[in-house]
Ligand binder design. Structure first.
Ligand SMILES: [Zn+2]
Length: 193
């Protein structure tokens, strides 16, 4: 199993998949208007505010239906990472405001919904960039943290982006990271009418 994990990590990090992704438009839109519009499901109204936090982070406040983006995020050169963080927090907003059902961790669900929306926007490159960042950082998983470990997050996100581009990815997890399954799931969970 270690060999398979290493293989998929090497594959994502190689940049071979990212090279096939649509080119990212530049520069970064700090209001994230397009991403916010993609999360504007009926019944969902989430505001986004930049604030200094003292750390590179972001939060969703259910009480305020607000995403707080830490100004420290702007120190990150990885544009895909910043876009993914915004999408992940907006995904928490959709899950909360639409009372979306899920199994497993809400953090896993938010990661997958974020990837589903970004990939739907043609932003596979952003998803691959954040996958590479997680794989390189490699923080360990802790069972009492709802977030998966960095390598699991990286593999799952990288495989979602790759399979959405039509890659045959035999060493990806059979279900987590599979675009066809994720696409069916979120289409069903989030009807737009
Ligand atoms: Zn989260």
């Amino acid at each position: 199993m270690r060999g398979l994990g290493a293989a998929v990590a090497a594959w994502v990090l190689s940049g071979a998949v990212a090279a096939a992704a649509p080119a990212e438009e530049a520069p970064l839109d700090y209001s994230f208007a397009a991403i916010r519009a993609a999360f504007a499901y009926p019944g969902v109204d989430t505001s986004v505010t930049w604030l200094p936090c003292g750390e590179v982070n972001a939060f969703y406040s259910p009480a305020e239906q607000r995403v707080i983006l830490c100004a420290e995020l702007l120190t990150q050169e990885n544009v895909g990472y910043i876009e993914f963080v915004v999408a992940h927090e907006l995904a928490h907003g959709v899950i909360h405001q639409r009372a979306v059902t899920y199994t497993g961790s809400e953090e896993d669900a938010a990661d997958e919904l974020a990837a589903y929306i970004l990939i739907g926007m043609g932003k596979q490159r952003a998803v691959m960039q954040v996958a590479s960042m997680y794989l390189k950082r490699g923080r360990d998983e802790t069972p009492w943290d709802d977030h998966a470990g960095d390598r699991r997050r990286g593999v799952t996100l990288g495989c979602l982006a790759a399979t959405s581009l039509g890659y045959d990815a035999p060493f990806c997890p059979s279900t987590a990271g599979d675009w066809q399954r994720a696409n069916r799931t979120w289409t069903l969970l989030l009807p737009t009418e």
